[in-house]
Write a protein that binds this ligand. Structure first.
Ligand code: IMP
Length: 194
């Protein structure tokens, strides 16, 4: 079967293809002729993931999965959450996002936070949601230069290092995205008759 991953990023798709059960062919948005940016207008991660998966199914007729991720900080009522990419404005600048988050947590001793990924998978008329969470702390200062987004200020529990101080392989063994994806893959392995 063909399954669209609602991303324009070919490298992400290649990585996921290698994890798929045999018989499932992953296609990117560009490969099905969808070059537009799908609007993410919901106010939850679940809502945005569903919007993207439904958009592809309804407009292009392909089964599809889509993900959405947010950083949820306990002392900030789970912000930035669904606004993580544009926390400091529409420029989606990771450095500005980090500085704003550190400023908003100034003098705050509760640094508890989690990354949460939701994947929505639309197979014909059925939609399933898969969630992956990694719990940790927001550090007081940036540390490390690998990764992206908020990685330099996120330290997963049971680790003395931030995500930005870990190799990609190491991050991928515990990350929110990997955990959500693993649940989706188990579902596919158990339920799909290619
Ligand atoms: P997306 O839904 O994967 O596009 O993620 C939305 C935003 O959350 C990104 O623009 C980043 O700011 C942040 N984010 C998502 N995943 C990660 C991660 O693994 N590390 C750091 N930041 C992340």
């Amino acid at each position: 079967m063909k399954l669209v991953f609602a991303t324009h990023n070919k490298n992400k798709a290649i990585e996921i293809q290698s994890l798929m059960p045999s018989g499932i062919e992953i296609l990117t948005l560009d490969e099905i002729g969808c070059t537009e940016d799908i609007p993410e207008t919901a106010d939850t991660l679940e809502g945005n993931a569903k919007i993207k998966a439904d958009f592809v199914y309804e407009k292009y007729g392909y089964d599809c999965f889509a993900d959405d991720t947010g950083l949820e900080v306990e002392a900030l009522n789970n912000e930035p959450g669904v606004l993580s990419a544009r926390y400091a404005g529409s420029a989606k600048d990771p450095e500005e996002n980090i500085q704003l988050l550190l400023k908003n947590l100034n003098n705050q001793s509760n640094r508890k936070a989690q990354f949460r990924t939701v994947i929505a998978m639309r197979l014909k008329d059925e939609t399933n949601l898969f969630e992956g969470i990694v719990i940790g702390q927001i550090t007081f200062n940036k540390s490390g230069s690998d990764g992206f987004g908020y990685d330099p200020i996120f330290q997963p529990e049971d680790s003395q290092r931030t995500f930005a101080e870990m190799s990609l392989v190491e991050k991928n063994t515990i990350s929110h995205r990997a955990r959500a994806l693993e649940k989706m893959l188990s579902y596919l392995r158990e339920n799909i008759d290619k």
